[in-house]
Write a protein that binds this ligand. Structure first.
Ligand SMILES: Cc1cc2nc3c(=O)[nH]c(=O)nc-3n(C[C@H](O)[C@H](O)[C@H](O)COP(=O)(O)OP(=O)(O)OC[C@H]3O[C@@H](n4cnc5c(N)ncnc54)[C@H](O)[C@@H]3O)c2cc1C
Length: 394
């Protein structure tokens, strides 16, 4: 253990990626340890609630786009606004390229890989300033607000959420959801798929089961398109003003890691303690970690397990590390907060509806901001009201 825990100084924990899970690890371990996080954006750009982001970007921003400086618990923690280009796991050193173009070598004692995945046009690893992040969010929402016909391709939670929220926001638009199976949400218990399909139909979303799109060569759904969509399943082409691709082609952000620690699809191999085999001081968590077939550690407390296990490691007490135990089915909210509240599905497929007043006055301010994020400062008063620029948004 003395190999990992330096006697002469506080151990330094480097967090590669400060997204939904990296942030929770940082909030848990700072200031107890010297934590340095590397983040390509200056804010948390959450991967959650695609539908809200496309349909009502201002409401989405209030909960899912948060400057790191607003997290009270991060005060005093070093955040390098940059990208990791390479890691030397033997030497315990990161090669980082900052947003200003400068290169830096950073030594660490413990590394947490939380670099997530690129997934369609709304999650990426581009090194960007706040303006660039905001511009893209607005451009996508504006494009969809102008569309008379919208096609959403995909059968998972992101696709269902996009179709539902876009129809809710733009009732005059024809919104169609195309998916390859008989019902959407194959990773959830079947009754969740049926419940969401019923809700979409009641909203007036056109449901098209049995449609598998022909994805153009070299295209991974990384932008909204307007070309006619062809189907491998033989149906006539479909023309829409805007096609949202949410086809689940997740590409792990692992180019900076040695291939020896990756599985065949490029995700980081981990043991039940979310540790990389062969490297006692390297952990991986979130969408990048091959913890189970659904790589579900982000939404199931993986960040807390990694923080706990790092504490045990640094105390020389590996025996009391906790394992990550994935649930059998995906759970959580699918559509995000709606006018009638937030419907949350359990792993068994049951659901509870949290009324809007409880979402606005208890869930977000107390449970999420105060509890999970340990205090979030209000947005600076001069932050522009961006939706005023968006034509077609109410
Ligand atoms: C508390 C919680 C609740 C959730 N609830 C739901 C839910 O109800 N419904 C649902 O659908 N999903 C939910 N999710 C899951 C969510 O959609 C994703 O699983 C989650 O966003 C993945 O987080 P991540 O940290 O792995 O990846 P990201 O949030 O994508 O973070 C990865 C970060 O690493 C950065 N990065 C990439 N490459 C590098 C590099 N070379 N150097 C440095 N940084 C890099 C990326 O740019 C990004 O900022 C939830 C997640 C959490 C944490």
């Amino acid at each position: 253990m003395s190999e990992i825990l330096p006697q002469s100084r506080r151990p330094r924990i480097a967090i590669a990626g400060l997204g939904d899970t990296g942030l929770l690890v940082a909030l848990d371990l700072h200031p107890e340890f010297e934590v340095v996080a590397i983040a390509p954006k200056p804010a948390l750009v959450s991967g959650q609630e695609l539908g809200g982001r496309l349909a009502d970007p201002d409401a989405w921003r209030r909960r899912y786009l948060t400057a790191y400086s607003r997290y009270r618990r991060l005060d005093g923690m070093r955040i390098v606004h940059g990208l990791i280009d390479a890691v030397d796991l033997e030497a315990r050193r990161l090669a980082i390229r900052g947003i200003d173009g400068r290169e830096e070598a950073l030594d660490y004692d413990v590394l947490v890989v939380a670099s997530g995945v690129r997934n369609g046009f709304w999650r990426d690893a581009a090194l960007e300033d706040r303006e660039a992040v905001e511009r893209r969010i607005d451009a996508d929402a504006e494009r969809l607000a102008r569309a008379a016909t919208i096609a959403v391709v995909g059968g998972g939670a992101s696709a269902a959420s996009a179709a539902s929220n876009l129809k809710e926001r733009h009732p005059g638009a024809a919104v169609h959801l195309f998916f390859s199976r008989e019902a959407p949400l194959p990773e959830h218990p079947p009754k969740v798929g049926r419940a969401i399909a019923a809700r979409l139909a009641a909203q007036g979303v056109g449901l098209h089961p049995g449609h598998r799109a022909r994805v153009p060569e070299g295209f991974a759904g990384e932008r909204i398109t307007s070309d006619p969509v062809e189907w491998e399943t033989g149906q006539p082409v479909f023309r829409a003003d805007a096609v949202v691709w949410a086809i689940g082609r997740e590409q792990p952000n692992t180019a900076f890691l040695p291939p020896a620690i990756l599985d065949a699809a490029g995700f980081v191999c981990v043991d039940p303690q979310l540790r990389v085999p062969g490297f006692a001081n390297v952990f991986a968590v979130g969408d990048v970690a091959a913890s189970d077939p659904r790589r579900s550690s982000a939404r199931n407390g993986g960040a807390g397990i990694v923080a706990h296990n790092i504490r045990r490691l640094l105390a020389g007490d590996d025996a009391r590390m906790k394992p990550y135990v994935p649930p059998a089915h995906r759970w959580g909210s699918v559509l995000g907060p709606q006018r009638d509240g937030l419907r949350v599905f359990t792993p068994s497929g049951a659901s509870v509806r949290i009324p809007p007043w409880l979402v606005d006055h208890v869930l977000y301010p107390l449970i999420v901001e105060r509890g999970m994020y340990k205090g979030v400062r209000p947005e600076a008063p001069n932050t522009p009201k961006r939706s005023q620029k968006l034509p077609g948004l109410r």
